[in-house]
Design a protein around this ligand. Structure first.
Ligand SMILES: NC(=O)c1ccc[n+]([C@@H]2O[C@H](COP(=O)([O-])OP(=O)(O)OC[C@H]3O[C@@H](n4cnc5c(N)ncnc54)[C@H](OP(=O)(O)O)[C@@H]3O)[C@@H](O)[C@H]2O)c1
Length: 288
């Protein structure tokens, strides 16, 4: 019998990557893709009934409240989805012996040090979004023993709104653009993250807890934008600016680079070079 995978938040950029990959796994897995209309994770009854009917072996939580700046003025909405909603999922997973693969973020770190954060390093979110995601991690791990939290960073894809698609749009309407050069992190192609999750599921995971996954090595938003311009053939003039030149409601970590050793040693998932993954995404976008 095929194992069942429930993908929550299937209309988001990561959710769409699971839809894209699912064809390659149809022989082994039955997928059920839900959006916030078919399954609202903040509604505990909705979640509990859905799980009782479908009885998933694996639940991938690709849903989240992701408006980092807006979260500063509507914390209750961010916590409702990113913490309470995750608790509902974790409880339903525990009841149905479902493995929960929950996606989290590098924004749980304050980014004030020069280390590459490992999974057990001290967390200290700078804003409401990061705090709500951290609470979600804690609840997911506390309420369901079979939980894998995957922290990722600087996620982009050919779907929905993200830095790569925003840059490509701005390159087409502007001659010059200032990009922040004093924030460091690791861009991640969401297809690579979806593939990593599927690889973990295929191993019938037995090791739970927190793992980091991103592309590597670290870079800055400015260098990232330069590569987007290069691979897309844009002649845009990019100007390095500082975080202070581009104030945002939510403070971002200055350097949120994560160590990727644990996921490689436990699940054999090797990180991919971010420039290669970016080139692949831009090729797809240019064919659209
Ligand atoms: N984007 C980044 O740069 C980044 C970086 C690090 C980590 N992450 C994490 O990566 C994961 C995926 O992010 P993403 O960029 O793919 O997000 P996204 O494109 O914003 O998609 C999030 C999805 O969550 C769904 N959702 C919101 N509230 C919901 C609810 N109450 N019940 C069910 N679904 C709900 C939305 O569904 P509807 O459209 O149906 O409303 C939306 O499609 C998230 O956990 C995020 O925190 C993202």
């Amino acid at each position: 019998m095929k194992k069942k995978i429930l993908v929550i938040g299937a209309n988001g950029q990561l959710g769409n990557c699971f839809r894209k990959l699912s064809g390659d796994f149809e022989n082994r897995f039955e997928f059920n893709f839900t959006d916030s209309e078919t399954l609202d994770i903040t509604d505990a009854n909705n979640v509990s009934e859905f799980f009782s009917d479908f009885k998933p072996d694996f639940c991938i939580n690709a849903s989240a409240y992701t408006a980092v700046d807006l979260a500063e003025t509507e914390p209750e909405k961010a916590f409702a989805v990113n913490a309470d909603g995750v608790a509902n999922l974790a409880e339903a997973c525990a009841e149905n012996k479902t493995v929960l693969l929950h996606i989290s973020t590098d924004y749980v770190f304050d980014g004030e040090t020069n280390i590459s954060y490992s999974e057990d390093n001290f967390t200290s979110p700078q804003g409401v979004y990061g705090a709500s995601k951290l609470k979600g991690e804690e609840l997911a791990l506390d309420l369901n023993p079979n939980t894998i939290v995957l922290r990722t960073s600087w996620l982009y894809s050919e779907f929905n709104k993200n830095f790569v698609r925003t840059m490509l749009h701005l390159f087409s309407v502007k001659d010059e653009l200032g990009i922040v050069t004093d924030q460091f992190g690791q861009p991640t192609n969401a297809t690579d993250l979806a593939e990593a999750v599927m690889k973990i599921i295929e191993t019938e995971p037995k090791t739970f807890g927190i793992f980091h996954f991103s592309n590597y090595p670290e870079t800055t938003w400015f260098n990232f934008a330069q590569k987007i311009a290069e691979y897309s053939g844009s002649e845009i003039k990019l100007k390095p600016i500082t975080t202070a030149d581009f104030p945002t409601p939510a403070k971002r970590p200055a350097r949120s680079t994560m160590s990727l050793n644990k996921i490689e040693s436990v699940y054999g998932i090797e990180p991919k070079y971010w420039e290669h993954s970016l080139e692949e995404c831009i090729e797809i976008l240019q064919k659209q």
